[in-house]
Design a protein around this ligand. Structure first.
Ligand code: RP5
Length: 193
């Protein structure tokens, strides 16, 4: 069922099943609307509360993105297809979030040379330490840029994706600097009771 990305009106898709032809059609529709530069993917729709915060940062910076559920375990073939086709479809960065036995970021990185940012989703059983260790301990040769567990990680994943794009986009670099200036001003003006 299509759901909106908070604050944007851009569609997001949570496929009800894994039928590949339907999945391809959905990608085509998103791409037709506005070619995405960043793919924000997650292992389960239960990750959306966390991963929506990465999507919201991209929206704030005006970066076109697509948001999808792509599971390394439940849809392994679809995951491989998504990752291997990502560069050809024009994506420049993939932000991948998963929890528990969080293999999605690493397996996506195994199928593409695009930069992959891994977000460890906070799990109920082990508070996200399982997710963090599953994502961060990649073998040499196949990197995943791993951020913090949970919300801070999702926001920083969005910001890191913007920073990667900003290396060749001066206007984005300027907006990133403004963002940093804003949070610095917040700290300087903070008052305590
Ligand atoms: C992982 O398993 C997902 O990334 C999610 O964080 C976790 C639990 O998934 P659900 O059982 O809630 O679908 O693959």
């Amino acid at each position: 069922m299509p759901l909106p990305v908070p604050g944007t009106g851009q569609r997001t898709f949570f496929p009800a099943d894994c039928e590949l032809a339907a999945e391809r059609d959905e990608i085509a529709r998103v791409t037709d609307a506005q070619p995405p530069l960043v793919g924000v993917i997650m292992g389960s729709r239960s990750d959306w509360d966390t991963m929506s915060q990465a999507a919201a940062i991209l929206a704030e910076f005006g970066v076109p993105r697509e948001t999808r559920v792509v599971s390394a375990h439940r849809t392994p073939q679809w995951m491989a297809e998504y990752a291997s086709s990502a560069a050809g479809r024009g994506l420049a960065v993939i932000v991948a979030g998963a929890g528990g036995a969080a293999h999605l970021p690493g397996m996506v990185a195994a199928h593409t040379v695009l930069p992959v940012i891994g977000v460890p989703v906070q799990s109920a059983a082990l508070n996200g330490l399982d997710s963090l260790l599953s994502i961060v301990q990649m073998p040499k040769g196949v990197p995943v840029a791993t951020v913090a567990i949970g919300s801070a990680g999702a926001v920083n994943a969005g910001l890191l994706a913007v920073a990667i794009l900003a290396t060749s986009r001066p206007e984005l670099r300027e907006r990133l600097q403004q963002y940093r200036d804003r949070i610095a001003a917040d700290v300087r003006s903070a008052s305590l009771p």
